[in-house]
Design a protein around this ligand. Structure first.
Ligand SMILES: NC(=O)c1ccc[n+]([C@@H]2O[C@H](COP(=O)([O-])OP(=O)(O)OC[C@H]3O[C@@H](n4cnc5c(N)ncnc54)[C@H](OP(=O)(O)O)[C@@H]3O)[C@@H](O)[C@H]2O)c1
Length: 304
């Protein structure tokens, strides 16, 4: 099965490439800018014609949550219109499309994990553009799968784990928001889940339902996540710092984050047989991988 992944350098795109390595039934081809540009839909057909995929996974998006508050037109073009065009083109060629969406489609006011049938109510430009992307994909290609994920972390690109490690190199203590909760998700787990879903689609000939949730197992606040990162780092003699819990009111952001964006992932497990690992274990492994990569570059220990 040849899978065209839209995106090359992002956390999910790189994870899909790594996790497909050595799997005899899967070939992953990642295509990013400039060959496939969400801001230039004329690049789509040449890539689809050249790769001739069995399935397309869209791992590309405008992910700058705060920046998008100032550039809503660009956010909607990249996160909604472009996926809609891609969905139509894949439908014309009979290719299923897997599109990745976000917990930010919800307002975060629920007092339990969100299930797929809960009503979205996005509070940010990012969340609204991603919800519009879900609708555009649904309209464009009946053979689609929309997977909402959350709090993606990995040893690649930019993410919260890397930010905490970098800040700890320069500071003795960090203030981190403790009243927002979600599911930290290892990008490798997300990639494994999407590959599992693509296999099920190949074997059954269809997706069971339109939207699923897939995120890491277990609930955390940003404060708990930061604490876990820095404990893991300290255990490896890497950068460490004290972590002080603060409220979101003390850390105002341009785009308001959901207070609770926990996702219920039981439907994904039921239909695709995949569950993401416990976030604490995954975070420890990511911190170790970042340390190893750094040691290889620096020729020294983590943090040196
Ligand atoms: N990160 C999170 O916490 C999080 C949470 C919930 C949902 N998600 C969703 O998960 C998906 C993957 O996120 P991620 O964390 O892997 O994102 P990321 O690390 O920020 O990577 C973004 C990807 O988008 C691509 N991209 C950006 N602008 C592009 C353009 N104009 N044309 C083509 N590609 C472009 C980049 O491609 P290049 O390779 O060309 O640079 C990169 O591969 C996204 O749909 C995101 O909305 C992420």
């Amino acid at each position: 099965m040849r899978i065209l992944v839209i995106g090359k350098s992002g956390q999910l795109a790189r994870s899909l490439a790594v996790r497909a390595e050595g799997q005899s039934d899967i070939e992953v081809v990642c295509v990013g800018r400039p060959d496939f540009d969400l801001e230039d839909v004329s690049t789509f057909v040449p890539v689809l014609s050249a790769v001739r995929p069995d399935v397309v996974i869209n791992a590309a998006a405008h992910t700058g949550v705060d920046r998008q508050e100032d550039e809503p037109a660009r956010a909607f073009a990249m996160n909604a219109e472009a996926p809609g065009v891609l969905a139509k083109l894949t439908a014309e060629s009979g290719i299923p499309i897997v599109h990745v969406s976000t917990d930010y489609v919800f307002d975060g006011r629920a007092v339990r994990p969100y299930v797929e049938t809960d009503l979205p109510n996005p509070q940010t430009v990012y969340g609204r553009s991603k919800l519009a992307g879900e609708e555009a994909v649904r309209r464009g290609n009946a053979d689609h799968l929309i997977v909402r994920t959350a709090w993606v972390v990995s040893c690649y690109g930019s993410n919260f784990v890397k930010t905490m490690l970098k800040l700890a190199e320069a500071r003795d203590s960090l203030q981190v928001v403790a009243d927002q909760h979600g599911n930290p998700t290892d990008a490798h787990d997300l990639a494994d889940g999407l590959l599992a879903a693509a296999r099920v689609r190949r074997d059954r000939g269809r997706f069971q339902q339109s939207v699923y949730h897939l995120a890491g197992s277990g609930r955390a606040s940003w404060f708990e996540l930061a604490t876990c990162v820095l404990h893991a780092s300290e255990a490896l003699s890497g950068p460490c710092a004290a972590v002080e819990p603060i409220s979101s009111r003390q850390w105002p952001a341009k785009a308001e984050r959901p207070m609770n964006s926990e996702l219920d992932c039981e439907a994904f497990f039921r239909d695709f047989g995949f569950r993401a690992g416990a976030w604490q274990d995954r975070v420890a492994a990511i911190v170790a991988a970042i340390g190893e990569a750094k040691a290889n570059v620096c020729g020294g220990a983590l943090g040196s």
